[in-house]
Every structure is written in structure tokens, then in C-alpha cells.
Design a protein around this ligand. Structure first.
Ligand SMILES: [Zn+2]
Length: 327
């Protein structure tokens, strides 16, 4: 519920910004991005030729977003609609249908190799040792468990690996060129510069995190948003909530994580800018793990905050992680 109120507040802001942005922008390519991180990327590649409206704004939670009629109206006149894909925007079909959107729908994550999970499981990548544990909790419901085996869902948070971010940027560049061929050289130049900056940041993240002691490379976050980050940069991430904030953590999930933190002496838990802090406060209290700070997962900060751009988000998150986990 709280998520929804927040989403709606962000939405109101996004609509206001959208209306303000319309003035005097008649000759620009009109684009809509589903969430703030993607909006920043489109701005970098599009530069002055493109007007960008973001549906889910800073600190907003796209998982639980509820589009309004005003969003539909705004989308109806857009040339290009950029979305993350991988199931991130569960509200996408409803919105595009309601709006009668006739422009290009571009899935920025196209070409990314997704991390896939079985539905109901919270962990990333490789088969996990606690698979058996989890199955036990569903013992009296064997049929449903069998169905879940076949029901694999992708982890949508692919942007948390900068190498995937480069795929997003290439897709954005190609889509803008297709929508506005006259701007080809501008989009190519902007994208090349941006791709270089992303590659540079990728190397910086790797260097900073590789300096962490092996035993301290395990962290707790509230929802499972850092699977790609952990896999790319060598951190193990444990989260009581799944890859969407839509489903709340069960009492068993929380109890299991509290046990795990104690047994494995996990040093720190991290808040997220888009989620409620109470669950993590409780976990920290019951385990003695410290709160390592706030990580930006699914949304940027406002312009005057610490993570107003995609690259700032990595710099800030890595700063928070290294200072909490160094020793
Ligand atoms: Zn998320």
C-alpha cells in the first residue's frame, strides 16, 4: 500500500515534469521511459534532439506502479516508448492498450542474457543449495511445486551490471536513429562517448570491489535487485523479498535470513531507496549486523541527491559497499 502511495506521488511529479517539458519542444522526438534509470540513459544518448518523460520517477518503485489516465494520454502522443522488459513493467500491456500508443516500443534489455529463477525462489543464477529447504515448505502442496519447476521467471534488474548497461545504450541509440534518421550522427557520437564512460566505470567498480576481503563479500538487501551486480562484481547477495517488491517476505524467509546472517557472520545489511526500511531494521536488530547504508536499486535519486544519474548510482553504491565492508 505504501509503495502505491509513493508511486502515485512520483507519478504526479512525473506528469507535472512532462507537462512542463512539452512547452517549446514541438520539434523534438518525444520519448517516454518507464523508469528513472532508463530515462537518464535516453537523455544521455538523445541529447538536445529528444524530449524524455519518465513514468516512474526518482525513488519510485516501478514494480508496483499504477499508471493513470494522464499517463495513457501522455503516452498516446509519444514517438518512442522505452521499457526495461524482462517482466519489470507488469503494467505495460494495460497501459499501451489503454493509451492507443502507435509509436515504437523499445525493450532496452533486448540482447541481455537474463538471470532466470524459478518462481517463488529468491536466489540468482546457479542452482542454490537451499532449493531443498524451500521445497520442504511446500510439502503439502506437491502439485503446485511441480508447476513451479517449469515456471521460470527472469530477474529484471539487468541494468545493475554495467556491461548490460552498454547493451541498453546500444538499443537506445539504434531506436533513436530509426525514429529520427536525421539525428544519426548525433546519436552515434553521444552513444560512443557514453559507452566509453560506462566501460570506464565498469573497470572502476571491479577494481574497488576486488579489494574487499573474500569473507566480507556477502550482503543483505531488502528485495533481490542486485543479482546481476553480484554476479558481475563478485558479491553474494541475499534478500528476504524476491525480485519484485510486489510480494512481501514471508516469516520463514525472514527467519531463514536471520539464521544465515548469524551463522555466516554476514557483516552488514543495506537499505534500498525504493523500499521500506522496517524489515531491514528488524533484521539488523535481531542479528547485530550493522546497517551499511542505502543502495540505489531500481530508481535514481532526485537531482540534488547522491545518485541522480545511472553512473552516479554505481559510484555511490560502490562507495557505500566499500566503506561498510572494508574491514
Ligand atoms: Zn526491483
Amino acid at each position: 500500500m505504501k509503495h502505491r502511495v509513493l508511486a502515485q506521488a512520483c507519478l504526479a511529479l512525473a506528469v507535472l515534469l512532462g507537462l512542463a517539458g512539452n512547452a517549446g519542444a514541438a520539434d523534438k522526438i518525444k520519448t517516454v521511459a518507464s523508469f528513472s534509470i532508463l530515462g537518464d540513459m535516453v537523455r544521455e544518448v538523445g541529447g538536445d534532439r529528444v524530449e524524455v518523460v519518465t513514468l516512474v520517477g526518482p525513488d519510485g518503485d516501478a514494480h508496483v506502479f499504477t499508471p493513470t489516465p494522464a499517463d495513457a494520454k501522455m503516452l498516446a502522443s509519444a514517438d518512442v516508448f522505452f521499457v526495461n522488459g524482462l517482466g519489470f513493467e507488469g503494467w505495460l500491456d494495460r497501459l499501451t492498450e489503454a493509451s492507443g500508443f502507435k509509436g515504437r516500443l523499445v525493450t532496452a534489455s533486448d540482447g541481455v542474457k537474463p538471470i532466470v529463477m524459478e518462481e517463488g525462489h529468491h536466489h540468482h543464477g546457479e542452482e542454490h543449495a537451499d532449493h531443498a529447504d524451500h521445497a520442504k515448505t511446500h510439502n503439502d502442496d506437491d502439485e503446485e511445486e511441480d508447476e513451479e519447476e517449469e515456471n521460470e521467471i527472469p530477474d529484471p534488474h539487468a541494468w545493475q551490471n554495467l556491461k548490460n548497461g552498454k547493451i541498453y545504450v546500444a538499443n537506445i541509440r539504434d531506436a533513436l536513429i530509426a525514429a529520427d534518421p536525421d539525428g544519426k550522427s548525433v546519436y552515434e557520437a553521444n552513444a560512443t562517448k557514453y559507452l566509453d564512460a560506462i566501460a570506464e566505470e565498469d573497470a572502476a567498480v571491479r577494481t574497488a570491489l576486488s579489494a574487499l576481503p573474500e569473507a566480507r563479500r556477502k550482503i543483505i538487501t531488502s528485495h533481490d535487485a542486485f543479482g546481476y551486480f553480484g554476479k558481475a562484481y563478485g558479491l553474494e547477495i541475499v534478500a528476504p523479498e524476491g525480485v519484485s517488491t510486489e510480494s512481501e517476505a514471508s516469516a520463514q524467509d525472514v527467519a531463514k535470513i536471520i539464521r544465515q546472517i548469524k551463522e555466516e557472520r554476514i557483516p552488514a545489511v543495506f537499505l534500498e531507496n525504493i523500499t521500506d526500511r522496517r524489515l531491514l531494521d528488524q533484521i539488523a536488530r535481531e542479528t547485530g549486523a550493522k546497517i551499511g547504508g542505502t543502495l540505489y536499486s531500481d530508481a535514481l535519486s532526485k537531482a540534488d541527491g547522491p545518485a541522480p544519474t545511472y553512473l552516479d548510482m554505481f559510484r555511490y553504491n560502490v562507495g557505500v559497499l566499500t566503506s561498510a565492508l572494508s574491514s
